[in-house]
Ligand binder design. Structure first.
Ligand SMILES: *Cc1c(COP(=O)(O)O)cnc(C)c1O
Length: 386
């Protein structure tokens, strides 16, 4: 942390979230598109709100400090943030993505950037030696998530960053599932961190947003140029909501994780459950690697019901836990990846990377854990077919 010893304090005081004009402890919502200039050629600090806005700038300084980067950038969605980062590349360039990345990341590469001859390949980034051999001269970046969507696969962020450095290419980490409270990829050597602020950072399922943090002045200048040129910026009100959400990130995450550990342990011994994926349990894939790079296993769980369960009936029977896209809000959410978040990934690829039709993704909320567990138990029981 740059100005605060501990991240709990930086969450609340980081960046420059006090209004320097009035002392207001919360940065006002500067709901303006433009700024009156004092005279021609006098280089005003603020010119136009696509280029810069004080509320957005406060959020950008805050996330840069939390992720220990050089500069931060706020976008209208996680996908706008990812699109801005991918706009660093040119035709002929290739990006390696880990299998199980967020469906939207795959889709924008497969259906949009491909049209500009920026290509991708899907690799198992948990196998570092194999990954090293995949770095051909056209590969310009490795983009990973850890834990990665769905099977909560853990990738060694430092090892991937080291490989990227060795080949002179960029390492990019989508840190949405962990947040800087649990994991800080730039400290592990990553060049760029991406967030969907829609999830834990906002935390209340009431704002769509995205963030980028970079580790160098050169990357900061390039992303600032892309942000201003392509224009997918976060609005002042939404920037305010995100700053407000981040203040309670620490206490929320502590409860999210406490609940997730209990839920994962419970599901694991449940007779109706076939598989549980949760990197916070000692027998999970990558448990030791995750322990070395993150504070704990986070609060996302995936699990599979046994064959004698009707998945439609399971979702219908839930009362407290809501069937919904998204994650990271105070309320517990479940989704069916094969038909929802990951439907844009072709069936064959889904099977290859383990996104079976029986897989359920659970974003454990901060409700009373006994209520969450009894709701899950009831729905599992209701869904039994024999
Ligand atoms: C939701 C999500 C995104 C996309 O963010 P939006 O705010 O929905 O555009 C990207 N990466 C991950 C890991 C996500 O969960």
């Amino acid at each position: 942390m740059s100005s605060y010893q501990n991240i709990e304090s930086a969450l609340i005081h980081g960046g420059n979230t006090t209004d320097k004009h009035t002392g207001a402890v919360n940065v006002p919502i500067y709901q303006t598109s433009t700024y009156r200039q004092t005279g021609l050629g006098e280089n005003p600090e603020w010119e136009y709100s696509r280029t810069g806005n004080p509320t957005r700038a406060a959020l950008e300084a805050l996330i840069a400090e939390l992720e220990t980067g050089t500069a931060g950038f706020a976008f209208a969605s996680g996908m706008a943030a990812i699109t801005a980062v991918l706009s660093l590349f040119e035709s002929g360039d290739k990006v390696i993505i880990s299998s199980n990345v967020y469906g939207g990341t795959f889709r924008v590469l497969d259906k949009v950037f491909k049209n500009f001859d920026i290509t991708y390949s899907i690799e198992d980034t948990t196998d570092i030696d194999a990954l090293d051999k995949k770095i051909t001269p056209d590969v310009k970046a490795i983009l990973v998530e850890s834990p990665a969507n769905l099977l909560l696969t853990i990738t060694d962020i430092k090892a991937v960053s080291d490989i990227a450095k060795k080949h002179g290419i960029l390492s990019i980490v989508d840190n949405t599932f962990m947040t800087p409270y649990l994991q800080r990829p730039i400290e592990l050597g990553a060049d760029i961190v991406i967030h969907s602020g829609t999830k834990y950072l906002g935390g209340h399922s009431d704002v769509v947003s995205g963030l980028v943090v970079v580790n160098s002045k050169e990357l900061a200048e390039r992303i600032a140029f892309i942000q201003n040129s392509t224009g997918g910026v976060l609005a002042p009100f939404d920037s305010f909501l995100l700053i407000r959400g981040i203040k309670t990130l620490g206490v929320r995450m502590d409860r999210h994780v406490e609940n997730a550990v209990k839920a994962a342990k419970h599901l694991k011994k449940h007779s109706g459950v076939k598989n549980v994926y949760y990197p916070g349990l000692p027998d999970a894939q990558g448990y030791e690697v995750n322990k070395g790079q993150a504070k704990n296993g986070g609060a996302m769980i995936s699990f599979e019901l046994k064959e004698n369960h009707d998945i439609k009936k399971f979702f219908k029977s839930l009362r407290l836990v809501a069937l919904a896209e998204s994650l990271g809000g105070v309320e517990s959410l479940v989704c069916h990846p094969a038909s929802m978040t990951h439907a844009s990934i072709p069936y064959e690829i889904r099977q290859r990377v383990g996104i079976t039709d029986g897989l359920i993704r659970l974003s454990v909320g901060i409700e009373n854990i006994d209520d969450i567990i009894s709701d899950l138990d009831n729905a599992i029981k209701e869904s039994e077919t024999l």
